[in-house]
Ligand binder design. Structure first.
Ligand SMILES: [Zn+2]
Ligand SMILES: [Zn+2]
Length: 318
């Protein structure tokens, strides 16, 4: 299961209600901040997520509405020493700009408050833990080296309790070991292998995050069967030409991608002040049923085939 918290959902410039692009993806103890628009640190505080374990930041591309918040974050970290190290993943062009911002503007020769690693992203797996992996894929947008990210749990073989009962395997550590793929010897001396109590492998939860994008035909396969898809919807159908000129998507195009790829739940973000939220929703909804136009501080749990809205324990309540 992944959890996603939207921290900023506005396109290009903030509005009174929406901050600039940023979202947190959580899995077990791992956290990934995806994009870091201006004002993100305050959104993190207000969400109640805090800065602990915030050591990995994935950047979709180097436009200022997605990276300026890194400067503020680093400035704050210089005072607090909240974390031990920071890894910032991005394409080369974005990384150059981030380097200038952090080392040229914020630090200017001062020692970083923690080790900062700028990690160039290429297509493929960029992070792997025991239970899930994160991969990068190229996205077409204005400027070079734009990437999206796929968060994907490893396939798992489900435990079949009725098989375990039939084999008279007592509850306790034996079942746990079998679930973890280990053969066990029972107290009565019988040997049981995992194959006897585990079903065929099932795909894990898949969450795809696309930042700004100018076309969708090259994204269908990467989004195939995703449980959740986060993608921009900067324009409406009536301004398709402008959308393509600036390499952005309309709500209809984003929803069309969800349909073609067989996505379960669609989250639209990067919402322009030019439109009412309801119009963005309605346009997408005519194409794809399970759509949410994300607002700042919206949070969702995404599991295989299901999605649940969760409320944050943050300072924004009350
Ligand atoms: Zn943008
Ligand atoms: Zn952009």
């Amino acid at each position: 299961m992944f959890e996603i918290v939207f921290l900023g959902t506005s396109a290009s410039a903030p509005s009174a209600r929406r901050g600039l692009s940023a979202q947190m993806v959580l899995h077990d103890e791992y956290r990934f901040l995806v994009d870091c628009g201006e004002g993100t640190q305050r959104q993190i505080m207000q969400s109640g997520l805090g800065f602990k374990r915030l050591s990995r930041i994935l950047i979709t591309h180097g436009h200022l509405d997605h990276i300026l918040g890194l400067a503020g974050l680093l400035s704050t970290f210089s005072r607090w020493e909240a974390i031990d190290g920071l890894e910032i993943y991005a394409g080369r062009w974005a990384l150059e700009r981030i380097h200038d911002l952090l080392f040229g503007v914020v630090l200017r020769g001062a020692k970083p408050p923690m080790e900062i690693q700028l990690v160039p992203v290429q297509e493929g797996v960029i992070f792997r833990s025991e239970h899930f992996k994160v991969s990068a894929f190229p996205v077409y947008h204005r400027g070079p080296d734009c990437f999206g990210y796929v968060f994907e749990e490893e396939p798992r073989r489900p435990f079949l309790p009725e098989q375990a009962e039939a084999l008279e395997i007592p509850p306790g550590p034996w079942r746990r070991d079998l679930v973890n793929g280990l053969a066990v010897s029972l107290p009565d001396g019988r040997q049981i292998t995992p194959d006897q109590v585990l079903g065929p492998a099932r795909a894990g939860t898949k969450l795809v995050h696309i930042g700004d994008a100018g076309r969708v035909d090259d994204l269908v396969e990467i989004c195939r069967d995703a449980d959740g898809l986060v993608v921009e919807a900067t324009y409406l159908d009536e301004e398709t030409e402008m959308a393509s000129e600036f390499a952005h998507l309309t709500a209809r195009q984003a929803a069309g991608l969800a349909v073609k790829a067989g996505v379960k739940h669609l989250f639209l973000t990067h919402i322009s002040r030019r439109y009412r939220e309801r119009d963005v929703f309605n346009e997408a909804r005519t194409v794809f049923q399970d759509v949410i136009v994300a607002r700042d501080f919206d949070a969702f749990q995404i599991k295989r085939g299901e999605m649940v809205r969760v409320s944050l324990k943050g300072e924004n309540e009350g």
